[in-house]
Design a protein around this ligand. Structure first.
Ligand code: UD1
Length: 466
């Protein structure tokens, strides 16, 4: 049977190779039943959707891309150089594109070199304004503040997301930059920083903020004397930034511990650098393999970066083997999932960026799991979406009590943020029927070729765009 359901559609999509469980969706993409041939008529909005068919087992190999959260500060740090740098293993993501637009708006010349490489010439950069339009696109745009101040002794950036000075999310960045000697004012929605000179000092962060640690490190590279950041973020991306800066001629040590020391230098030089692999992308595929009871080899993995994820997935029942010669990690999902308790923490604790994906596993666990989010106060936006898929989740402040029911069912869900979006796609892989994940631009901010990589592993996912 070939059927077309619904009248009010602008696009329909035929997926012949899904024949064994063909689906028919109505104009909103709602699941109407099985058919021999699948025709979907889906109302088109101006953002993409993913249609995920449940029931696949992930099998095969996936190559992990360069880390978004390492590439962003490294790209910002090229401002300091004043010459040319080649950065490789840069993931192809919309967040990276925004950062290159920020650099170009300041005068950088950027050319692609090979696949996933960029040559950035920062000789013509000036300390111009970073516009509100670019800052609003991505909070991490604020990472240019430190290097601009370091090189030009002035910086002017719009508030990310319109937050007020002194409050979250960049009060710690500003406090640290002030301690280096910058005068920082709020003027007409911009943060305006000026310094006659920057002088090294001891900065004790109230909280080990990743972005604040990175911004202060970059500002301190050209400061007079020594800067010590205490209670610094210990995330691997901070270490990658240190390595990049040091290869350009900076003198920094201690990244990866709670105390980072920066000895001021006068000049940096050209460098070629490879960005570290993305530990959150790796963790997301590890959850995918576990959830689908699959067998996946992840290539290009730094084992020491994902130990907390390995520990938790092993506790749940996954079998994980790491080949240190090849940097390959093999993960085999268990037959059933043990319930678990999880608390997100600054590194080396369990990453908040993996919390939503783990919650999907909890919904299928054999018992009750307790998930506590301690980093971001509003990071349970995937909970209502998972509930729509049949999950039983009770929220009590920063804790989610998830009663594993062993089953999810497909429906319309919305990616409320990057990691929530990825989690909902993973949920779709194991849900009964079809899951339509909307607002996928969030996913494209942080996962390179997410749909293609999952399809290569055996998932049945189609993308629908205008
Ligand atoms: C980075 C990551 C993000 C990850 C987060 C925590 C990048 C581009 N993003 O974000 O994916 O989820 O680390 O691992 O690297 N805070 C303040 N004031 C500040 C700065 C932060 O109150 O000045 C608060 C934040 O609101 C949040 C907590 O501190 O509650 C952690 O934030 P932070 O470590 O700064 O995260 P980001 O660098 O923004």
């Amino acid at each position: 049977m070939i059927g077309l359901i619904g009248l009010n559609y602008e696009m329909n999509l035929m997926i012949n190779d899904w024949s064994q469980s063909a689906v028919i969706l109505d104009t909103k993409g709602l699941w109407l039943g099985d058919g021999e041939v699948c025709i979907q008529a889906v109302e088109v909005s101006n953002v993409g959707k993913l249609i995920v068919l449940g029931g696949s087992r992930l099998e095969g190999e996936v190559v992990i891309s360069g880390a978004k959260n390492a590439a962003l500060p490294i790209l910002a740090a090229t401002i300091l150089n004043g010459e040319s740098c080649i950065i490789r293993n840069i993931p192809s993501l919309t967040d990276i594109k925004v950062m290159t637009e920020v650099l170009q708006s300041l005068g950088a010349k950027i050319e692609e070199v090979e696949s996933h490489g960029l040559e950035i010439d920062s000789s013509q950069i000036n300390s111009g304004d970073v516009s509100e339009a670019l800052m609003r696109k991505m909070r991490a745009s604020s990472l240019v503040m430190g290097p601009l101040l370091g090189r030009f002794k002035k910086a002017k950036v719009s508030f990310p997301g319109g937050c007020a000075i002194g409050s979250r999310p960049i009060d710690l960045h500003i406090k640290g930059l002030k301690m280096l000697g910058a005068d920082i004012k709020e003027e007409y929605g911009y943060i305006v920083a000026n310094a006659d000179r920057l002088v090294g000092t001891e900065i004790h962060l109230d909280y080990p903020s990743v972005g604040a640690t990175e911004n202060i490190m970059m500002a301190a590279v050209f400061a007079e004397g020594d800067t010590t950041i205490k209670n610094a973020a210990q995330e691997p991306e901070v270490v990658d930034l240190q390595n990049f800066l040091n290869q350009m001629g900076a003198l920094i040590h201690g990244a990866g511990t709670a105390e980072v020391m920066i000895q001021g230098v006068k000049k940096l030089h050209n460098v070629e650098y490879d960005v570290m692999p993305d530990r959150i992308e790796a963790g997301t595929y590890m959850v995918g393999a576990t959830l689908t009871k699959g067998d996946v080899i992840l290539k290009n993995v730094m084992y020491e970066h994902i130990e907390s994820i390995v520990a938790k997935l092993s506790e749940i029942g996954a079998k994980i083997v790491f080949d240190s010669d090849k940097c390959n990690l093999r993960i085999i999902g268990p037959g059933t999932f043990a319930p678990f308790d999880l608390k997100t923490l600054p590194y080396p604790g369990f990453p908040t960026d993996m919390q939503a994906q783990m919650m999907v596993l909890a919904t299928l666990g054999e018992g009750t799991s307790i998930i506590t989010e301690t980093i971001f106060e509003n990071r349970f936006q995937h909970v209502p979406e998972l509930r729509r898929m049949g999950a039983e989740i009770k929220l009590e402040g920063s804790t989610a009590v998830v009663r594993g029911k062993g089953r999810l069912s497909g429906t319309f869900v919305s990616s409320t943020d990057l990691r929530a979006g990825a989690a909902l796609v993973l949920a779709g892989l194991v849900a009964d029927g079809a899951t339509i994940v909307e607002e996928i631009h969030h996913i494209e901010r942080g996962y390179e070729s997410f749909q293609e990589k999952l399809v290569k592993l055996g998932a049945r996912i189609e993308i629908i765009r205008d």
